[in-house]
Design a protein around this ligand. Structure first.
Ligand code: SAH
Ligand code: TYD
Ligand code: ZN
Length: 407
């Protein structure tokens, strides 16, 4: 087999983790559905030249992002607060002049832009998923139903002029064709503008063994070093990095045109710490892969023991992440009776590949469930706070990040 090539620099990729055959993580199945599910091989590799960690196989974008894309950003109160605060910070620091203009890539249901629109500031949200955009429109957010790439960026620049801020959350790592996106940013960003994006941090994934952050939509697993090397190829500097506590540990990267802004000290210090931790070293990556296998074996053993002892085990949160766990570990309704989720578009459907029924919250309250696998572990604080009754009646949580345990 030919050595696969890095999607950013063309360098040689070395695969270090094989998570097996996987379905689309957000393709929930109707019980009577006749069409066959789409599967691909989920293999993760590191580039020997630019250190970018990425998937070896790319899923066509229209299969993932379309009118029925079920993920709604506003499903968590913590995330609603996070994006309101983000919008307020950007408004205060960068959008004070009367003609200021912000573009968001992957605006989803308008969770961030609603605050920008409410402040009367010029903005545009770009997202290929028409269903979520309907919700954004109801919040008076101005949207464009398309994929952001070089051609769409040029259209926006021609109609609206340069953007002071281009912002994206949990979207840039979803886009294999970042060369086109970065040429688009070059075409759209004002001379002293900034491109700010936040995504799951590979350093946190390694540290917590959160292998479920790896799935079709998360094509890249960024680090400060790999992002710095990538943006340099397109005439930009990485000028700031900020660690965020959301979604299990993210980094917010700020990019500016080369030479325009002095990089903050945080950039060099995070790159240094990544080199010390060996974030791109094969030894470290192979050790991570071994811990992933161990977590899988322990989780399967625990669920099998609980079932054999007559316990009722369900899942909490039909996350995209849970698709990787369920399919890699071979979970199905025989081990996890159902998964509860508050998203109407997921309810009464089956989890992709693994066929576990998804039920509303009432099912969770009514069922005599004694154990719940916390698939939405990134929202643990929010969920623990509202599910104290489950604990009070003897319920126990099963966690698999950073290691398999019952709490
Ligand atoms: N920003 C939100 C949504 C993240 S989900 C949040 O942080 O919660 C990722 C979103 O990116 C989806 O709504 C998807 O439709 C969108 N997306 C995928 N590819 C895109 C592209 N090329 N341009 C713009 N949006 C894209
Ligand atoms: P999330 O972890 O944000 O993302 P991903 O799908 O990218 O892995 O998804 C959270 C899911 O959990 C979403 O489907 C909503 C659901 N959820 C609940 O059912 N109850 C809750 O209290 C919370 C916070 C989320
Ligand atoms: Zn590379």
């Amino acid at each position: 087999m030919n050595t696969p090539a890095c999607r950013i620099c063309g360098g040689p990729l070395t695969p270090f983790l094989d998570l097996g055959r996987q379905p689309l993580s957000d393709a929930f199945v109707d019980p009577g559905q006749k069409t066959e599910e789409f599967f691909y091989d989920l293999v993760v590799a590191v580039c020997g030249s630019c250190t970018m960690v990425q998937l070896v196989n790319e899923v066509p974008r229209d299969r993932m992002f379309h009118a029925d894309y079920p993920y709604h950003s506003s499903g968590s109160s913590r995330m609603r607060e996070h994006f309101e605060q983000t919008a307020r910070d950007i408004l205060a620091s960068r959008l004070q002049h009367p003609e200021a203009f912000l573009v968001e890539i992957g605006c989803n249901d308008g969770v961030m832009l609603a605050t920008i629109a409410g402040a009367g500031v010029r903005h545009l949200g770009v997202d290929p998923s028409a269903g979520v955009l309907e919700v954004a429109r109801e919040k008076q957010v101005r949207v464009m139903n398309d994929f952001f790439e070089e051609s769409t960026a040029k259209e926006i620049a021609a109609s609206d002029g340069p953007a002071d801020v281009i912002y994206a959350a949990n979207t840039i790592c979803h886009i294999p064709y970042l060369d086109s996106v970065l040429r688009g940013v070059d075409a759209l960003l004002s001379d002293d503008g900034v491109f700010i994006f936040e995504d799951p941090y590979f350093g946190a994934i390694l540290e917590q063994v959160s292998f479920d952050q790896i799935y079709d939509e998360h094509f890249y697993l960024f680090s400060a070093r790999s992002v710095q090397m990538m943006v340099r190829r397109f005439g930009f500097d990485l000028v700031d990095v900020e660690l965020l506590g959301v979604h299990g540990g993210e980094v917010r990267y700020t990019i500016a045109r080369a030479g325009v802004r002095e990089p903050a000290a945080s950039v060099a210090s995070l790159v240094k710490s990544e080199n010390e931790r060996g974030l791109a070293d094969l030894e470290v990556l192979h050790a991570f892969a071994q811990r992933v296998e161990q977590n899988r074996d322990e989780l399967v053993a625990l669920l099998t023991d609980l079932r054999d002892a007559g316990h009722r085990v369900v899942g909490y949160g039909a996350t995209a992440k849970s698709a990787t766990v369920a399919n890699y570990c071979g979970l199905g309704p025989h081990l996890v009776e159902f998964i509860t989720d508050t998203t109407p578009a997921k309810q009464n459907r089956l989890t992709p590949g693994s066929g576990i029924p998804i039920r509303d919250h009432a099912a969770f309250r009514d069922a005599a469930v004694d154990h719940a696998v916390l698939f939405a572990w990134n929202h643990a604080d929010e969920i623990m706070a509202k599910e104290s009754e489950f604990r009070d009646r003897g319920g126990r949580w099963i966690r698999y990040v950073p290691h398999v345990h019952i709490t």
